[in-house]
Design a protein around this ligand. Structure first.
Ligand code: SF4
Length: 167
């Protein structure tokens, strides 16, 4: 016979209480399908991140070639005005809920093309809401992994999309 309280005995039995919503958000954050899409040189770092050295599969992140089955997109490179209608169509084809990462200075703000360029969009967030910004020219794979983990945390927490994360 022990003197422990009923709460202690329940705790000792390994019982966890949570909500269905919390489990759903957590599961969603650990099964993210990435649209395979690149626009410029940052895409090479994104491809390297998907390759065997980093191996995004272990985080539950898998590339997908159809926007209709993708959870998130990484804008990896310069966005020209010519690309804008393509990106808008791809984004519209992705089902809700969906997320976006701006990888590198070009997709974040136009980067080195911010001044004196007639053809480059000064930030993809002018056409699509961005959840995570990753600085760099280009960001290394480690920086992209950091951004992906931040996105996972954001999805798991059910954070409001209006609060982007800047790395
Ligand atoms: S940020 Fe640098 S590496 Fe990335 S697309 Fe722009 S110029 Fe290329």
């Amino acid at each position: 016979m022990t003197n422990s309280s009923p709460e202690d005995r329940v705790r000792g039995a390994g019982i966890v209480t949570t909500t269905l919503e919390a489990v759903s958000e957590w599961a969603r954050s650990r099964s993210m399908w990435q649209l395979a899409f690149g626009t410029a040189c940052c895409a090479l770092e994104m491809m390297a991140t998907n390759a065997s050295l980093i191996d995004l599969d272990r985080f539950g992140i898998l590339p997908r070639t159809s926007p209709r089955q993708a959870d998130f997109i990484i804008f990896s490179g310069t966005i020209t005005f010519k690309l804008v209608p393509v990106i808008e169509r791809i984004w519209d084809q992705m089902p809700d809920p969906k997320w976006a990462i701006a990888m590198g200075n070009c997709s974040t703000s136009g980067g080195i093309f911010y001044h004196d360029s007639y053809s480059v969009l000064k930030g993809v967030d002018r056409i699509v809401p961005v959840d995570v910004y990753i600085s760099g020219c280009p960001p290394r794979p480690e920086a992209l992994v950091d951004g992906l983990l931040e996105l996972q945390r954001k999805i798991a927490a059910g954070t409001d999309k209006k609060e982007p994360i800047r790395l």
